[in-house]
Design a protein around this ligand. Structure first.
Ligand SMILES: Cc1cc2nc3c(=O)[nH]c(=O)nc-3n(C[C@H](O)[C@H](O)[C@H](O)COP(=O)(O)OP(=O)(O)OC[C@H]3O[C@@H](n4cnc5c(N)ncnc54)[C@H](O)[C@@H]3O)c2cc1C
Length: 283
């Protein structure tokens, strides 16, 4: 939000719904602009998850799930594009690749706290509700409904990210289960020799393979994807591709090992199944 807009209008009550990376970027930008305006803002943040700032992408505790972009592109500050790189260096983390997403989550959490503290120091009011917003009505003033309450704001910023939708029309039987890649505990408990279908072949599908690898799960993985395209590798060393090609190499080397489990686990990731099936055997 630009200072010119805030200074010239009556905007002073701002709601931010959802507190993931986008909310941190918004607060960072508010901090940069709000210090120089006379009126005081009241900013209310609503987040349903107990983990603030991490959102869906940066909440995993796994070291193996890494950023898919270089740190140079991940600063939350428009003014300081190298902010994340400097933050990493200040913690002795060097190198451009293989930065775990949980580290980026730490960065976001820290930035959130420092933004809130700075805004409060400048006399602005920041309130955080750890609750789910049920509805928003847009009128002259915007109403936010949550936990049986209604509050009104001049501006309501929706920063709720994407929703994980459970796929429809999957008939399960017996020991078959459907999991999301965010269900790390059940993933860790997948039985040896399981047949695992992974819906989609994008970055989340690679995450699913990496997670299963990191939990030492041996089995038979099938990637089911409508386009059959693996994610574009953005890093210089192409870590995702290397890990995937290692798995495929192992498949070739040990192709006829046991494949007799009747436990099918379907992960849903970001792409729904259609016409192409890629298979990875992992023993
Ligand atoms: C598995 C995965 C890995 C990714 N890896 C990368 C990467 O390496 N690099 C990169 O640049 N991008 C990556 N992304 C993209 C990533 O989603 C974006 O970078 C960014 O995190 C999106 O931020 P957001 O704030 O829009 O959404 P989110 O981070 O999802 O945050 C939305 C927040 O809103 C909250 N919320 C939703 N509805 C409500 C409600 N009704 N009431 C209250 N709170 C609510 C949610 O709990 C959540 O905390 C990845 C995405 C995924 C899913």
């Amino acid at each position: 939000m630009k200072i010119s807009v805030m200074a010239k209008t009556n905007i002073s009550h701002i709601a931010i719904i959802g507190c993931g990376a986008s909310a941190v970027l918004i607060l960072e930008s508010l901090r940069d602009t709000a210090f120089s305006i006379k009126k005081k803002l009241s900013i209310t943040i609503f987040e349903r998850d107990e983990k603030m700032a991490r959102g869906m992408a940066y909440r995993s505790g796994s070291d193996r799930l890494i950023l898919n972009t270089l740190p140079e592109t991940m600063s939350v500050s428009e003014r300081q594009p190298d902010d994340f790189v400097k933050w990493l260096r200040s913690r002795g983390i060097v190198g451009k690749e293989g930065i775990p997403r949980k580290i980026y989550g730490d960065y976001l959490e820290e930035k959130l706290s420092s933004c809130i503290a700075a805004l409060q120091r400048d006399g602005h009011k920041v309130t955080v509700y750890n609750t789910s917003v049920e509805a928003v009505t847009i009128n002259e003033k915007h109403s936010v409904i949550f936990a049986g309450q209604k509050m009104t704001f001049d501006v309501c910023i929706l920063a709720t990210g994407g929703e994980l939708r459970e796929p429809e029309n999957i008939a399960l039987s017996g020991a078959q289960k459907i999991l999301s890649i965010f269900d790390e505990e059940p993933i860790a408990n997948i039985k040896k020799g399981s047949k695992v279908a992974i819906l989609g072949s994008g970055q989340s599908a690679i995450d699913a393979c990496i997670l299963m690898e990191s939990f030492g799960i041996e089995g038979y993985y099938t990637l089911v994807s409508r386009r059959g395209i693996l994610p574009r590798v953005k890093s210089e060393r192409a870590d995702h591709c290397m890990q995937l090609s290692e798995m495929i190499a192992e498949k070739k080397a040990r192709r006829d090992l046991g494949n007799d489990s009747n436990l099918l686990i379907v992960f849903y990731v970001q792409i729904m199944p259609d016409d192409l099936v890629m298979q990875l055997h992992r023993f």
